[in-house]
Design a protein around this ligand. Structure first.
Ligand code: FES
Length: 105
């Protein structure tokens, strides 16, 4: 594991999602409530690209069938209706250092 810069602090606004490629992995970085969070980028239901999703009331929503995840740890808040359980997203640590938002991958 190592820390990688993804963008300058302030490059995204609260509620925004950003797909970063770090060490060949696509990572979803988001800002919510002034904090940065990072998870895997693809929905564990049917692999939809979550950078096309949105944040609502501190939850990450997949727009395909509306699975809902917690941005803080990638846990499933609610699976799509009728789908049964789905796996959580992978969660990555973030930090801000010298004005750069960084992700540990
Ligand atoms: S692909 Fe995300 S909810 Fe179905």
């Amino acid at each position: 594991m190592a820390w990688y810069k993804v963008f300058k602090e302030g490059a995204i606004k609260d509620g925004d999602l950003f797909k970063a490629t770090v060490e060949g992995k696509e990572v979803l970085v988001m800002k919510d409530g002034g904090n940065y969070f990072a998870t895997s980028c693809y929905c564990t239901h049917e692999d939809y690209d979550l950078s096309e999703g949105f944040l609502d009331d501190h939850q990450l929503i997949c727009p395909n069938h509306f699975a809902t995840f917690n941005p803080k740890d990638g846990s499933v808040v609610s699976p799509p209706e009728g789908s049964g359980d789905i796996s959580p997203l992978k969660s990555y640590k973030t930090k801000v250092e010298d004005g750069q938002v960084m992700v540990e991958v």
